[in-house]
Design a protein around this ligand. Structure first.
Ligand code: AMP
Length: 373
């Protein structure tokens, strides 16, 4: 969700908020049974929390509103302003301050002290949100909805420059996703036997990209007898996928170990939606992003024949047995095809006919890549 110039993402949904509000109201009902509290809601941010809380408070009580302002945009100004608008006599009253969020706690400490000078019987605080990392005061917060990390949040009364207060849920500021590097990052996609190996060589040669082929990396580890190779072998021999985290960590290391490059071509990766999401995260951390997916389309019958043919010379156990080949194609259809949808919804998908002459296919791939640049 965009508010003004910033992107926000869902943080706490309305059902969770309301359940929490009811819980707090129940505690208050218990603690203030036979008392007559005066709620003092601090405007503007607490108006929605105060409104919902009061629906579930069933002890005899009154509510009033005061205003304090200590925020400008996303930064605390540090200037604490006086509470304005308190008309009620709070002498000998049980006071419950209603606040939307306790951040540094400075404003609320100040307000509480001022109230105490007016001789109330008790002063407690009910806050929907609390940022414990930020609050260095010894303010006693009797009723806390949610402890949250130090993130900028809006919605359900909280605002960004006055906007977003009307949202029913709470949203947090999305991590800034800035692209600082001008790279060409491709995902080469297609079922086993689609010709990814052949075409990737030609793409790398023309566009000077760094090749990250997870299948090759596993086979290299296997031949070197590393722990990673031994771990992957069982999965590979049976035509199953190696667990996501193992593959993601391996790709992460490979990206980190690569210095400056024009871009990456990912081959045989990502093979699951979880891997695609992880790849986006890895690239974002590196100031870059996927430019597009090139998908080679080949019929299933053609694939099985091609792999069996390759098995005569490749020496790969998973190329020589029709059942294992069928398992790999089945895994591809079930786990890997959704990855195409992932890039389609992000407008990063180009489909290429993978049957025909090598050069002809490559020409079509080049046209698709040039359109991405
Ligand atoms: P490939 O050479 O790309 O066909 O990969 C050969 C085998 O390595 C696959 O059948 C999997 O067992 C494993 N593998 C390669 N890449 C991945 C990946 N991205 N995710 C899970 N397993 C993989």
């Amino acid at each position: 969700m965009k508010i003004k110039d910033k992107e926000f993402e869902l943080y706490i949904d309305n059902t969770k908020i309301i359940n929490k509000v009811k819980e707090l109201a129940e505690q208050i009902n218990k603690d203030y049974k036979d008392k007559n509290p005066l709620f003092i809601a601090i405007l503007n941010g607490s108006f929605m929390f105060a409104g919902d809380l009061m629906k579930y408070v069933d002890v005899d009580s009154q509510i009033t509103f005061i205003k304090v302002s200590s925020y400008v945009a996303t930064q605390s100004t540090g200037n604490i302003k006086e509470a304005i608008g308190l008309q009620e006599n709070i002498f000998q009253r049980d006071i419950i301050i209603i606040e939307d969020i306790v951040d540094s706690g400075k404003t609320l400490t100040h307000i509480t002290e001022r109230f105490k000078e007016l001789g109330p019987k008790s002063v407690e605080i009910a806050t929907l949100l609390h940022k414990p990392e930020m609050n260095k005061t010894d303010l006693s917060l009797k009723y806390i909805g949610f402890d949250i990390p130090n993130k900028f949040v809006i919605g359900y009364g909280l605002d960004y420059d006055g906007y977003g207060r009307n949202e029913q849920c709470i949203y947090q500021l999305s991590e800034e996703k800035t692209i600082t590097k001008n790279m060409l990052n491709l995902v080469l996609f297609g079922p086993p036997g689609a010709g990814k190996g052949t075409q990737s060589e030609k793409i790398i040669d023309k566009y000077k990209l760094t090749h990250i082929a997870t299948g090759d990396l596993f086979r290299k580890n296997l031949s070197e007898g590393t722990a990673l190779g031994r771990l992957a072998q069982g999965y590979m021999d049976e035509g199953h996928l190696v667990p996501d985290q193992v593959v993601i960590d391996m790709v992460d290391q490979k990206i980190k170990a690569t210095g400056d490059t024009n871009g990456f071509i990912f081959d045989g990766f990502p093979r699951t939606v979880a891997q695609a999401e992880a790849l986006d995260e890895l690239l974002t951390k590196n100031g870059t992003a996927i430019s597009g997916m090139i998908a080679l389309e080949v019929s299933e019958e053609e694939l099985v024949n091609r792999i069996l043919e390759r098995g005569k010379t490749s020496g790969r156990a998973d190329d020589q047995n029709i059942e294992k080949i069928q398992t790999r194609v089945g895994v591809y259809n079930k786990e890997t095809l959704p990855v195409a949808a992932y890039y389609k919804t992000r407008n990063k998908f180009s489909s290429i006919n993978g049957v025909g002459g090598i050069d002809e296919i490559f020409e079509n791939i080049s046209t698709a890549i040039d359109a991405l640049k």
